[in-house]
Design a protein around this ligand. Structure first.
Ligand code: PRP
Length: 283
């Protein structure tokens, strides 16, 4: 039985459950449940407080977790990161009131900085040989300069709107973070097969998210040229249409190539271009 930890509430919650679902795990989670069975996979899901997850993971209470890299780093947890998941991207940044002068972290020498990330901040200050007073706050850190509690803050920034609303400006980035799959080192040995299976599914889902299946009709005389334009997995599929002189071509393309490819296809006479999301991709 694999014990999987996910955030009980917060920004990672929805995406974490969505990922498990896309990996084919049916989680029976009712309201306010702290533990849920997975119907079709030998696993249990534990809904835990974000900040507690690294410790549970390190102690082996859970085997793997979907967690932000920022939390792992702050807690200095002795765990392995198996895969970055591409969601909940944010940065841990220093921010100051908009008009305050800042020419680098040395500007905070002797100043007071409010944060929920004291360890990461202290490490950064030590590296830069800056001495500042760290004021630990567990939430709503952005309010601190406005109420005279601190000169600066060190907090997570995603869209930047919380900083903006509080008249603060991002000045320095300490750490870039995203959600990841982290694993307890002992579990990685003892439950290798089941962890490999989860990882395989996660990687297939992530790959599929970055790709689209496209199909279109194309005059036969353009097949060779268009075929060269498609960054395919192996080689595009070509099927004859009932109308003579025309074929249907099918391929899988990366989202980054999408508009360039579509434009090229149209220029070469492609018609009826259909673009379909890919649910899973095993290559
Ligand atoms: C985080 C963080 C900031 C905010 C930044 O808080 O602490 O306050 O998000 O996001 P933005 O740049 O998109 O405005 P969150 O809402 O996750 O809750 P928390 O205070 O519990 O950390």
């Amino acid at each position: 039985m694999l014990r999987i930890a996910v955030q009980k509430s917060g920004r990672l919650y929805d995406e974490s459950l969505k990922l498990l679902k896309e990996c084919g795990l049916h989680v029976d989670n009712g309201m306010d449940q702290l533990k849920a069975e997975v119907r079709n996979f030998p696993a249990e899901v534990y809904f835990l407080r974000n900040s507690d997850i690294p410790q549970y993971l390190e102690d082996g209470v859970v085997d793997i977790a979907i967690i932000g890299e920022n939390v792992l780093s702050e807690k200095n947890a002795n765990v392995y990161v198996l895969e970055k998941l591409g969601f909940s991207k944010c940065r841990l940044s220093i921010a100051l009131p908009k008009n305050d002068e800042y020419i680098g972290i040395a500007s905070l020498e002797g100043k007071k900085i409010a944060t929920s990330y004291p360890n990461t901040l202290q490490k950064y200050l030590d590296e830069k040989q800056v001495t500042a007073e760290i004021h630990l706050i567990s939430g709503s850190v952005e309010i601190a300069p406005n109420i005279g509690l601190a000169d600066a803050i060190c907090d997570l920034v995603s869209s930047g709107s919380t900083l903006f609303k509080n008249g603060l400006e991002e000045k320095d980035i300490l750490f870039r973070s995203e959600a990841c799959i982290a694993v307890n080192p002992t579990a990685l040995e003892e439950k290798k097969d089941i962890i490999d299976e989860i990882l395989f599914r996660v990687q297939s889902v992530l790959k599929a998210r970055d790709h689209r299946y496209i199909l279109f009709n194309i005059p036969n005389k353009q097949i060779k040229t268009v075929g060269k334009m498609l960054p395919v997995l192996k080689s595009p599929t070509v099927l004859p249409l009932l109308d003579e002189g025309w074929s249907s071509m099918h391929s899988v393309i990366h989202v980054d190539d999408f508009w360039k490819v579509i434009r090229g296809l149209k220029e070469h006479g492609a018609q009826g271009i259909l673009v379909i999301p890919v649910e899973n991709m095993v290559i």
